[in-house]
Design a protein around this ligand. Structure first.
Ligand SMILES: C[S@@+](CC[C@H](N)C(=O)[O-])C[C@H]1O[C@@H](n2cnc3c(N)ncnc32)[C@H](O)[C@@H]1O
Length: 274
């Protein structure tokens, strides 16, 4: 057995320890990604081995808090992949107009960048009033930020460009007011959004939705956990409901592949047909 095999065992044992001591379940995340983060934390804590890090975090919740921050990749952008939002506007919105009430689940919403983008799009298309958006993430700190709806002013140039490319109908700056270094989005955009904690690795379904967006979350999961999440999303989607995934994610090879029809495969939009 070489050094790298031993490290894999250490990583698995550490993830098991994290689960048993703190209840956070990272056991089915992609091993290489987790290893990178663990080794980084090990270095920053000045510890010589992964096992030493495990020992410290079992006894010191502050070490766990720091590792948790390393584990969370919260990168997001408003109107991320503008083509996806354009496609939502052009191909999905017409399908949604027929519903009197719309329920949308945004799973893994991070600090809310995509959720506010969706709220803007729905407002412009006249559908916001009849929509309830459930925005969930397992990271409480991100959810707290999302509830505030304040994003760095320095990002507004990129977000404005994305909004235009996504087919925005208005003037992006009308949706926020600036204060110090922040852009505060209109509180009316959050009126129909429920932010709540939900862990895709361990929690179950909580409603039936017409649209589910789960973008750039499953890329960090191993195949087994991806399948679990696909099962959960499938079970939470109404018949003819829409599923939106991230640019690097797909339904291909998932056990539910045959239960969806591609609506726009390039933009990773699918429709549940079975
Ligand atoms: C890279 S961000 C993607 C955010 C947004 N969906 C986007 O595409 O811009 C990934 C998000 O997934 C969340 N996440 C990771 N594992 C999760 C889990 N097991 N349950 C719920 N959310 C999770 C992270 O906290 C993070 O906010």
């Amino acid at each position: 057995m070489n050094e790298s095999d031993l490290e894999r065992i250490e990583v698995r044992l550490l993830l098991e320890a994290v689960y048993q001591r703190y209840g956070y379940d990272f056991r089915q995340y992609a091993l290489s990604t987790m290893k990178r983060r663990i080794v980084k934390r090990m270095g920053e804590e000045g510890l010589p081995t992964i096992t030493a890090l495990q020992d410290h975090l079992l006894r010191d919740p502050a070490v766990m808090e720091r590792l948790l921050l390393d584990f969370s990749i919260t990168t997001s952008t408003m109107f991320r992949d503008p083509g996806f939002f354009r496609c939502l506007r052009e191909k999905v919105i017409p399908l949604l107009r027929t519903y009197p009430i719309l329920r949308i689940w945004h799973a893994g919403c991070s600090c809310g960048e995509e959720v506010y983008s969706l709220a803007i799009l729905l407002k412009e298309e006249g559908l916001y009033k009849r929509t309830r958006i459930y925005a969930t993430d397992f990271n409480e700190a991100s959810l707290e930020k999302a509830k505030q709806g304040i994003f760095p002013l320095s990002r507004m140039k990129t977000y404005t460009q994305n909004y235009i490319e996504a087919g925005g109908l208005g003037t992006f700056s009308d949706y926020y007011t600036t204060k110090y270094e922040g852009a505060r989005f209109q509180p009316s955009l959050a009126k129909n959004i429920v932010f709540a904690q939900h862990n895709l690795a361990t929690d179950g379904s909580f409603n039936e939705f017409n649209v589910i967006l789960c973008r750039n979350v499953m890329i960090y999961f191993n195949r087994e956990l991806q399948n679990r999440v696909h099962e959960l999303l499938y079970g939470s989607l109404a018949y003819l409901g829409i599923l939106g995934l991230g640019e690097k994610e797909n339904l291909l090879f998932s056990p539910r592949e045959k239960d969806y029809e591609p609506l726009d495969p390039k933009e990773r939009l699918f429709r549940k047909v079975r």
